[in-house]
Structures are given as structure tokens and as C-alpha cells.
Unconditional design. Sequence first.
Length: 436
Amino acid sequence: MPFLSVYECSTTKYELRCNECGKVYGNRPLSACPDCLAPLEVCYELESVRGRVTRATIARGPASIWRYQDLLPVPAAFQPDLGVGFTPLVRACNLGRRLGSENLYVKNDAVCFPTLSFKDRVVSVALANAQAFGFTTVGCSSTGNLANATAAQAARLGLKACILAPSDLEAAKLLNTRVYGARLVRIAGNYDQVNRLCTLIADEYSWGLVNVNLRPYYAEGSKTVGYEIAEQLGWRLPDNVVCPMAGGSLIRKIHKAFQELIALGLVEAKPVRFFGAQATGCSPIVQAVKKGSDCIEPQRPETITRSLAIGNPADGAAAARMIQETGGWAEDVSDVEMVSGIQELAEDEGIFTETAGGVTTAVTARLLSQGRIGREELTVVCITGNGLKTTDALQGRFAEEDAVRPRLSDFEQYIRSFEPGLISHQAELELAGGLY
Ligand SMILES: *Cc1c(COP(=O)(O)O)cnc(C)c1O
Ligand SMILES: [Zn+2]
């Protein structure tokens, strides 16, 4: 392999290690252990940063994922370019009231910079490594959001991009890839077939495929969701995290982030339970958890929640194990419940999420009503993508309004026919003492 290279971050040493047999591989574009085919994981010598990474040094960093640069696998020479991440963590009182939680928060990656999903985080870390390994062409196999993030950031960095995606993705996600000048290859098949093809391509071409040969580095970018949650809670851990699952990577990495913060003494140790969310039509990880198993039975996806439609999830077994070890659970919801989830989050909190967020919101409702999540426990719901990319899911949900003539009398007649209570005249407002 011509790309062999070993490097160190300025403060942290890290390298790839096999999750199963423990063999180490240095740093190179490689996703699975050649001996046992298990996924490789980036492992750090955390001792080398203890005391140097503190709450204060992090607070002095930029308002982006790069405030945690010392805890990410990027080379010492790496200069961050884009201010990715550091999205809002908002208290969700209205949704909490509806669902029966007094302590509910939303981590809002629907507004992640630059392409409105948490995939911006993973792509940043992957492309830093693509450049370090000397790749000039990058790409990915994508369920949509990864395509957008890879295309946008490759454009910014001057890398060529070739993106493979199932041909029947949402139109907005396809357009959102093409617009950056990336070569989009629509594949007549589902995501799992696209991904298998990408594995063959990675073996043949010297391309940096962010979720294939760069996958161990890519996956580490998801840890930043966990660091941010802890910091935004005032350097505390929540009781529960509810997280959508496709490949099963994000949920594991939030857990890994919390473990690292505990190991570094940045937060007090406490048990955090992890809850996974999938659409019923593609729920291999949920089914494993419900059986008390970590054996993933691959499925053929049958859901409009495209961003989570991975039938054979790469990190599914490890995610199922972690969920059970933390005392958590996993649930799946129908597409109808998913759409209600989108609607409730929008109406209650003013956050328009995509299908994955609808699944996560609906699963949170289910977990609260089952009593698996307690009313007073601090619960963080991870909203990972933006609703403007999956407007197809709301097709036919709202009748198109008649056009009203631009006259006050027409307007009043129209509004009275729907919502008489909406009308309050200036005079009434004055009587109520509302003018000043
Ligand atoms: C990719 C994706 C996920 C799931 O991520 P995994 O790490 O593969 O489990 C969740 N939500 C959205 C919007 C995504 O695009
Ligand atoms: Zn191995």
C-alpha cells in the first residue's frame, strides 16, 4: 500500500487497532483487520494529554469541533479550515410537556455547518486524513447526508469528489450533492449494494473513501457530538441519550466521547444509558437489542427514512452490545409515527428535522410512555439532519391554501372562516394594556 504513513497529533498519540484481536496497524487508509475482518478503531494514548487538555483550554478554542482537536485523529500539521459543528443544545420544555419529560434537551444538528447534518463532523475528520495520506480524489457511499457533506467540503479543499448513492434518494439530497460540482454516480441498488461496490473501488483505486478506507477516522468525528453535549450541560453527563442509528457508529462514538471525558477528569463519572432509534422498515440493530443479542440479521430496507436505511450495519454488533451494557434499549417506529415525530418537534420547538429526526423523536415518545426513560431524568435527543432535505416525507400532509385577494376585507373573511380566535384588533390590545 503506497500510503503508509504514521503520524502524531501535537499532543495525542493514536493509531488503528482491531476491535477483536487487538492487533495494531499504525495509521493508514484501512477499515477492517485483514486477519479477522473486524472494524478497526482509533485508539489514543490518553495519558499523553492528561492535564494538557482542560475545560479552560477547550473553552479558549474555536466555536467548532476543532476546540476538541487534541482528542481527534488529525496530524500535528493539520490546520482546521471550516468551523464545523458546535451546534445548539436546547432545552425542549414544550416537547417535554407533550411527551412526559421534565428534563428534555435537543442536540440540534439540523443546523450543523456547512451542510445541515451531523455528517459534516465526520467528513471534516476524514478529509483531514485524506489530505495527510495524499489522496487527491475522495468519495463515499451515501444514504444522502454524507454525500452532501463530502461534496461540499471536497469543493472547499480543492479535492475531486466522486459520490456513489442509491438512485432513488430524495431529490434534495441528490441536488445538494451535484451543486458542489461533485461527480454523482447513482447506483441502481440499495445502500448496502452501493457500499459493497465502494469496498471494491477502494481496493482498486487510490481514492480516499470517507466511510470505507477512511472509516476509522471518519467515525471519530462523531465523538464531537458527545463532547459538545457534556460541555453544553456545564461539563456534566446526561442520564440518557436517544440517538438514531444507521451504521451504528454515531451512538457508539457519543459513548466513547463520554468515556474519554471521564478518563481525562473533565466530567464526573456517572452511568449514562444509551437508546437507539430506527425505522421499523430497517431496524436490524433494534431487533438484535430486543432479542438481547449482538447478532445482526441483515434486512432489506423498506422505509422512507432513507438516511437510516442500512440493512447490514458495519458497527451494528458493537452498538447493540454497548446499548445493552449501559442498561439502555432500542425501539423502532413506523413511517407514520416518524412523520408525527417531525411534526411534533416542529410545532413544539420550532425545529424542522428530516426523517431520521422524526424517528428519533417518535422513539423518545415511546420510551417515555413505556417508562424506560424516567420523567425527571436528564435526557438528550440527538437530532441529526434538516427537514428541508426530506420534504418528500410531508408530501400531501398540508392542503394548499387558496390565494386571497390583497385586501383587508378579503383577508378578514378568510381568516374568520378558519380561526376566528386569531383576530384581535388594535383597540382590544390597547384595552389590555398591550400598547406602550
Ligand atoms: C448517517 C446518519 C445517521 C446515522 O449514523 P450512523 O453513524 O451510521 O449510525 C443518523 N442521522 C442522520 C441524519 C444521518 O445522515
Ligand atoms: Zn483482528
